[in-house]
Design a protein around this ligand. Structure first.
Ligand SMILES: Cc1ncc(COP(=O)(O)O)c(C=O)c1O
Length: 481
């Protein structure tokens, strides 16, 4: 029943997410398919009560019969279930996985995976870290092994690394988490409540957007273009909306690769301080500095007030470790630790010992890794320039991918067809706060070996040759699907 606090999707909100029906086929089918897609990509949650038919009909400007047909089709396809006279709830059809999960899974086929911008870890580096971690684990095995703040020795090393980068930090200001994603979820849970406004970049990292949606926060977005941030818009948004929290990736922003210049950081910090907004700075990509020096932590700048910094081993070492951290005031870290106990009690001791060993020797291996990435980026750019000369991008000073403009809003169709030719790739739409934007973009990672990247680009070019309407001069795609 309404009023019990169960999640409900308002009719105007749902209608706002649905485009008007276009193309062939009846409207009810179009809307049912669109709602199914929204459920799979997480924009409409699971077990959420859908609006009453009459209300949705009014919001969509259609008849109640049409909405009845929409709900019937959703039920038939497994996207909804109803209790007679009680309402209709969203559901996940048998055998389907939400998009957020599918994005992380590899494909069964021998497809080249350009969907994940995450490096593997060289075998020798891992073997060395395991050799160091083994004896230390034996010592830990004599203790109960619960460390809600993280392993003391890892906290100390992470604190030291912040201090060395110019942000004086004590171990008490560090919480070790199960990756940056866990860090963000904990911070959102502590500092914001359902309905609060959160300022995000658009585009942004899809799983962060997903975490924000799941926390039932309301996003307000500010654009990040190839030229970076428009600080005036950031300032005016902070001033006018007064969001509770802002989530930013100022260091080699995912997906654009942009780096926020120091003077813009200072203005953002000042504006956030004026509006009393918590700034959550995601430094996951910060060490992937390819053409510039790695930036100092944003929280080290004068005037940094309520800044929470999150970081991770995933991009510099390996995502499979599931080790990340939060750097904040000691008090906030204690509060977050209480929050994390309710979630997972503490992280894996073995993973943290491996992370410790990797960080102890990371100077050398990071330099090697960055030089490999530089080479791969060059290979990717050369292959794209050769095979799809109509595509454009701005060379990112760091990070793991190119944010490619394919010249027409066809990225989803392209990604779908690329799969048929053995390439998994994300269309830009996944990175947007709203459906339909960034359809002209593909995020193309350069984390795979050069020869694999060359092959992938060749296959992508093959997609264009196999059906797209391509203008003779520049091979720009204008797809008639
Ligand atoms: C900007 C950003 N933040 C967070 C994450 C997630 O990191 P982790 O694997 O540490 O949870 C990623 C991974 O792609 C990322 O790109």
């Amino acid at each position: 029943m309404v009023g019990t606090g169960e999640p409900v999707m308002g009719s105007r909100r749902l209608a706002g997410l649905l485009a008007s029906p276009e193309g062939p086929g009846p409207a009810y089918r179009h809307w049912a398919e669109a709602i199914g897609a929204l459920i799979l990509d997480g924009r409409v949650g699971l077990h959420v009560r859908l609006p009453a038919e009459r209300e949705l009909a009014a919001a969509l400007g259609t008849s109640r019969t049409t909405v009845t047909a929409v709900y019937d089709l959703l039920r038939a396809n497994g996207f909804a279930r109803s209790r007679r006279g009680a309402g209709t709830w969203t559901a996940l059809p048998e055998g389907r996985a939400p998009r957020a999960v599918r994005r992380l899974l590899g494909s069964d086929e021998a497809a080249i995976d350009l969907a994940r911008a995450a490096p593997g870890i060289p075998e020798d580096v891992l073997a060395e870290a395991l050799a160091l971690a083994g004896p230390r684990l034996a010592e830990h095995a004599r203790t109960p092994g619960y460390h809600p703040f993280g392993l003391p020795e890892l906290r100390a090393l992470v604190a030291e690394r912040f201090t060395a980068r110019g942000l004086a930090t004590t171990p008490e200001q560090v919480l070790i988490t199960s990756g940056a994603q866990h860090a963000l979820t904990l911070v959102l849970g502590l500092l914001a409540g359902p309905g609060d406004r959160v300022m995000v970049e658009n585009p942004s990292y899809p799983n962060a957007l997903e975490a924000i949606r799941r926390a039932r926060l309301r996003t307000v977005s500010v654009p990040v273009t190839d030229e970076g941030w428009d600080v005036e818009i950031v300032e005016s948004t902070l001033r006018q909306v007064v969001p509770q929290l802002a989530y930013l990736i100022p260091d080699f922003h995912n997906p654009t690769g942009c780096l926020m210049p120091p003077e813009e950081r200072a203005r953002v910090l000042a504006a956030a301080a004026r509006s009393g907004t918590w700034l959550v700075v995601d430094e996951t990509m910060a060490e992937l500095a390819l053409d510039v020096a790695a930036p100092p932590p944003m929280a080290s700048m004068a005037g940094a007030g309520q800044v929470v910094t999150i970081g991770s081993m995933s991009k510099t070492h390996w995502g499979g470790l599931r080790v990340g951290w939060v750097r904040a005031s000691a008090r906030l870290v204690r509060e977050l630790a209480a929050q994390r106990v309710a979630v997972d009690m503490g992280g894996s001791v073995l993973d943290q010992l491996v992370a410790l060993a990797l960080l102890e020797r990371s100077g050398g291996s990071l330099a090697e890794r960055l030089s490999v990435l530089r080479e791969r980026r060059a290979v990717l750019m050369a292959a794209l320039g050769e095979q799809v000369p109509g595509w454009t991008w701005r060379v990112p000073p760091g990070g793991l991918s190119l944010w490619v403009d394919v010249g027409a809003p066809v990225a989803s169709v392209l990604a779908e067809r690329a799969l048929g030719r053995g390439v998994r790739i994300e269309s830009g739409g996944c990175f947007g706060t709203d459906p339909g934007v960034f359809e002209q973009r593909l995020r193309v990672p350069f984390s795979l070996p050069g020869e694999v990247l060359r092959e992938a680009v060749q296959r992508l070019a093959g997609v264009l040759d196999g059906g797209a309407v391509v203008s003779a001069a520049d091979r720009r795609v204008h797809w008639i699907a």
